[in-house]
Design a binder for this molecule. Structure first.
Ligand SMILES: Nc1ncnc2c1ncn2[C@@H]1O[C@H](COP(=O)(O)OP(=O)(O)OP(=O)(O)O)[C@@H](O)[C@H]1O
Length: 803
């Protein structure tokens, strides 16, 4: 293999700088090894790796035959449009291999040092390896120049900053700092050039720049670019590190927290134990396929969620609600009707027809083995035992009891729940009831169905969906979003009056009326139920306190006249509490409560026996009404003021129907008076009032009462004493039937009225009443207003007499 040493041609230049042979020991012919990544610069020890059979051969030849000298040149990017596109740049660096370390079969790592720049003179051989004749140069001597020195200082400072940003280069920093020599700027620049990274053609340009001043400028600009990038890189790294650190810190703290919890024996709240708990709640329950599918899907979702995310809590609450529901769990029914009768009797006095009704209903349920069918609606005034009947039904069947009121409920979502997307969403009342009952067949009592409001959505139709046996098998609560079978629930509803219950709801219900109690019943209830219960609640033995018959009579008559017994119970509680105090202070053990003691303990009676009117007055008649509070009596008052122009005024918050019946009454009375020659209404301003003025009233059943008030006003003859009436009046004087005969009779008894007038068509209703209600009452039945007059004003004076 040829090895040549020639003298350089002094006319040849690189970038205009003269080149000359400087070191006769450097070979003129070099085996060329191509570099693909970047050029190398003279003046440093450098390891390099070469791969490929050609290169390995070249290295072998160089090491074995040429003292390890090779020429390292950068490969050009292939660029077909460049006419000069030879494969390699023509300026490279001579490198002497000192050590070869094989790395596998096709790679070697070599250790050596970079010595000097060279330039291709000509290609002398291509096979088996490429060999060039090259030219070396002597670095031109540089004069001390302050500007160059400034550049060198800038380079050294920037390279230090650059290397400081990259901890991997700490070693090199130290090395470079020791090697920096401002006397030999060319050498220093080359050393630093080996450390910087930039695009390879920029670095090649640096290699080919002979002029030191120009080279230092180019190097500085490369370093500045790199410094910029390194700074950005370092900032990004810091941010990432910060993020990672925060996460690690949180993770660490959480781990500690759960360790502390474990130590304290508190529950473990990791996702796994939560899902385990949820799944274990489902044990023994039978989810229908649709619900199972949704449950499984949500459970899988929960497992994949971060326990701290809000979504996790929403899903967890949903799953816990689902798992907590009594899917397929039923309490066994006690199918014993005589036991049911015993329980109803044990809990309630009287109410025989109500109990019969309920027992028939229960017998049907027992026979059918299912509750499907109509729903019982218990209608009656407050405190008559509607709720406690419901409780007894549950007890008789051995079912769980749950009660909720829909009074004033305006929002459909209270019944059907909120969609899960709402914050704080929860199931509606029905699913809550099922959840609390822990069985799929409880007794659910829906209270105050007559006071259902309307607002958002339609609560009435939601309730209809719940109560309708056709639909409630697949009741879908918005929150659960899967059907829950409500068809095994025994629904009961309660109301004070029927009129305000939406029609479609009434149609689905079987109405059972509780009319309210008369005084005697209330006394019995007090003796047999309320007093023993209150004594027990206050820690008295049953025989420690006795109430005299007179005291109970006085109590009911003067303090608790309403249809129900809740107020009576309240008054009894007050008395017994006072006895508790008395006992505590005096150690007395036997108490007998007398009427005087009742007055002493409860204060002045709320009701008096004195009537509003000591004796009957013309124009004032007592009517019978049926209100949400039960049967009641109410006065109708008429007064006339002599006037030139006749007029008619109505007050007392009367509804349209009642106003119309007042007009009918007036027209009718005027017509019969005019026949009798009485022209009272032609020269009087008449005012008709129905107290209590603040209570709204409506309905046609005060027709005859108003007519009698107007009649007696015009004739001046007062109605008979101790008389009350009810009946609708037509324009021709016929008397039409009314509702609530029982309640009205009870209401009249309560205030001690014993003569009553009912429409003829209500005769049977009255006769069917229990004897104890009719006892002492004289009922008259009127088909026409004449019949009313026959009873109400006796002896009857001619209507033509004007007062
Ligand atoms: N016939 C009765 N025998 C024994 N106790 C009774 C009877 N009727 C009512 N009570 C008692 O009176 C109290 C009030 O009854 P309850 O709460 O059932 O009334 P309610 O009709 O549901 O009233 P509301 O319409 O206001 O809800 C209860 O303590 C109940 O046990």
């Amino acid at each position: 293999m040829e090895e040549e040493f020639t003298h350089p041609d002094p006319t040849q230049t690189i970038n205009g700088t003269a080149m000359q042979l400087i070191d006769p020991s450097l070979p003129q012919l070099l085996t060329i090894l191509p570099l693909s990544q970047r050029p190398i610069f003279p003046g440093t020890a450098l390891p390099m790796t070469f791969t490929g059979a050609d290169k390995l051969t070249a290295i072998k030849i160089a090491v074995e035959q040429h003292d390890g000298f090779i020429g390292a040149v950068l490969e050009r990017e292939s660029n077909e449009e460049d006419y000069r596109a030879s494969e390699y740049y023509e300026v490279g660096t001579v490198y002497q291999i000192i050590k070869v370390m094989p790395m596998g079969s096709s790679s070697v790592q070599v250790l050596g040092r970079t010595i000097k720049r060279f330039r291709l003179q000509r290609v002398v051989q291509t096979e088996p390896s490429l060999r060039w004749r090259v030219q070396y140069d002597n670095q031109p001597a540089t004069k001390p120049d302050p500007e160059l020195k400034a550049y060198m200082l800038a380079i050294s400072s920037d390279i230090k900053s650059l290397l400081a940003l990259n901890p991997l280069f700490q070693e090199q920093v130290n090395m470079v700092v020791t090697q920096l020599n401002y006397e030999k700027p060319g050498q220093t620049i080359d050393v630093i050039s080996n450390l910087v990274s930039s695009e390879k053609d920029k670095l090649q340009d640096l290699l080919e720049t002979w002029d030191i001043f120009a080279r230092s400028k180019k190097l500085l600009s490369i370093i500045k670019d790199e410094l910029q990038v390194a700074k950005i890189q370092s900032r990004i790294n810091k941010q990432i590190e910060q993020g990672v650190n925060d996460k690690q810190k949180e993770y660490f703290l959480r781990e500690q927290l759960s360790a502390i919890r474990r130590e304290l024996g508190e529950e473990q709240d990791d996702s796994e134990s939560i899902t385990e708990r949820i799944v274990s709640k489902l044990a023994g329950k039978e989810l229908p396929p649709e619900a199972r599918e949704v449950f499984d899907r949500e459970l899988n979702k929960l497992k994949s969620l971060n326990t701290q995310s809000p979504e996790f809590n929403v899903t967890r609450t949903y799953l816990e609600t689902m798992a907590g529901l009594p899917w397929g769990v039923f309490s066994p029914d006690t199918n014993d009707i005589s036991e049911a009768r015993r329980i109803l009797n044990e809990d309630h006095y009287g109410l025989d027809d109500v109990k019969d009704n309920i027992l028939e209903y229960l017998a049907t349920i027992i026979k059918r083995g299912s509750v499907a069918g109509s729903i019982i609606c218990l209608v009656g005034p407050p405190g008559v035992g509607k709720t406690s009947i419901g409780q007894s039904i549950a007890r008789a069947l051995g079912r769980h009891f749950y009660r909720f009121s829909v009074g004033g409920m305006r929002d459909e979502t209270e019944i059907k729940g909120h969609r899960r997307t709402y914050i704080g969403a929860m199931p509606g009342k029905l699913i809550q009831a099922i959840d609390r009952s822990k069985s799929s067949n409880p007794v659910i009592l829906i209270d105050e169905i007559d006071k259902l409001g309307s607002g958002h959505g339609d609560p009435a139709s939601a309730l209809l969906e719940v109560l309708d046996p056709e639909q409630n098998e697949t009741f879908v609560d918005h929150y659960l979003d899967v059907p829950f079978d409500l068809s095994n629930v025994l629904f009961l509803t309660t109301a004070n009056q029927l009129d305000t219950i939406p029609g479609p709801l009434v149609d689905r219900m079987e109405v059972v009326r509780l009319s309210g109690y008369i005084k005697e019943e209330k006394i019995k209830i007090a003796q047999q139920y309320l007093i023993p219960k209150q004594l027990k609640d206050h820690g008295f033995a049953t025989d420690e306190v006795t109430f005299t018959a007179a005291s109970l009579d006085f109590l009911v008559d003067r303090y608790a006249r309403e249809a129900g017994v809740r107020n009576l119970e309240k008054q009894l509680r007050k008395i017994i509490r006072k006895l508790v105090l008395k006992q505590a202070e005096s150690d007395q053990h036997d108490f007998e409560v007398t009427a005087a003691m009742v007055e002493e303990m409860l204060g002045r009676p709320r009701f008096t026996t004195e009537k509003l009117y000591a004796e009957p007055l013309p124009g004032v008649v007592l009517g019978l009404a049926y209100t949400a509070l039960g049967g009641a009596t109410l006065y109708i008052e008429a007064r006339g003021i002599p006037a030139e122009n006749a007029g008619f005024r109505l007050t007392g918050q009367l509804g349209d129907v009642m106003k119309e019946s007042a007009q009918i009454a007036l027209s009718y009375i005027k017509s019969i008076l005019s026949t009798a020659g009485n022209n009272y209404y032609d020269n009087h301003q008449v005012h008709l009032h129905v107290p209590a003025g603040a209570t709204p009233k409506d309905g046609p059943s005060a027709g005859i009462t108003m007519a009698l008030a107007l009649y007696t006003l015009a004739t001046g003859q007062p109605p008979n004493d101790n008389l009350a009436m009810t009946g609708e009046l037509t324009l021709t004087g016929r008397v039409l039937p009314i509702g609530g005969v029982k309640e009205k009779t009870i209401g009249a008894r309560r205030v001690g009225i014993s003569t009553l007038i009912f429409p003829e068509e209500n005769r049977q209703d009255f006769e069917e009443l229990d004897d104890y209600i009719k006892e002492g009452i004289t009922a008259h039945f009127a088909a026409t207003f004449d019949d009313v007059l026959a009873v109400a004003v006796t002896p009857r004076i001619s209507a033509s007499v004007v007062s």
